[in-house]
Design a protein around this ligand. Structure first.
Ligand SMILES: CC(C)(COP(=O)(O)OP(=O)(O)OC[C@H]1O[C@@H](n2cnc3c(N)ncnc32)[C@H](O)[C@@H]1OP(=O)(O)O)[C@@H](O)C(=O)NCCC(=O)NCCS
Length: 164
């Protein structure tokens, strides 16, 4: 009998405080905080209640995540982009960022900003983000501010019905 093909991973917008959110915090902690000798404070996690949380899941396992924070006006901040080590390099980071952009647009956003670690500036450049301003330190690492103006996907002109 033929083996069952593995299910494709699925993007899911998750609720703050849910089991999926807990899995996302665990992944973010392991990738973005513990290697720096840091952790999230309860206040930081509580403040995330107003943010949008995205997860990429495959059969219940979290492969990647990101967070969108509403700023003033039509700006959103993309934060905490992380893909599990063994899943990196397969396009999942790009997929997460693209879905984040679509979500921000759908919520009325027109601009995404982010703080990129120096080691991943080239990743965001590939996705259309531009660095601005001087490098600065955050969570012990040098970062660059980056931004991207969001553009609605062009509507496709459909030919009108013809009576001919
Ligand atoms: C940065 C990260 C999210 C990228 O996710 P990923 O799934 O590995 O990236 P993708 O496979 O989608 O890569 C998309 C493209 O960016 C490139 N890329 C990925 N990481 C890169 C990096 N660090 N530097 C330069 N290019 C990079 C890939 O080669 C690919 O290019 P291609 O289209 O020419 O093939 C992931 O490596 C990660 O979680 N890193 C640890 C956490 C971290 O540093 N997060 C960012 C905090 S600001």
């Amino acid at each position: 009998m033929a083996e069952k093909a593995p299910a494709l991973p699925t993007l899911l917008w998750i609720s703050h405080g849910s089991a999926e959110y807990a899995a996302a915090v665990t992944l973010r902690r392991a990738l973005l905080r513990w290697p720096l000798g840091l952790d999230f404070t309860p206040a930081e996690l509580a403040a995330e209640a107003v943010e949008q949380h995205l997860g990429l899941f495959q059969e219940g396992e979290l492969w990647g995540t990101l967070v969108l924070r509403p700023l003033s006006g039509a700006s959103w901040q993309m934060r905490q982009v992380a893909v599990a080590g063994e899943r990196q390099g397969f396009g999942w980071g790009r997929l997460l960022v693209r879905e984040g952009e679509c979500r921000a647009l759908a919520l009325g956003g027109a601009r995404l900003v982010l703080h990129a670690r120096e080691t991943v500036v080239a990743f965001y450049e590939k996705l259309g983000y531009q660095a601005y301003g001087d490098p600065f330190e955050e969570v012990t690492l040098i970062h660059r501010a980056m931004s991207k103006e969001l553009v609605q996907p062009a509507l496709i002109d459909m030919p009108s019905d013809s009576a001919e």
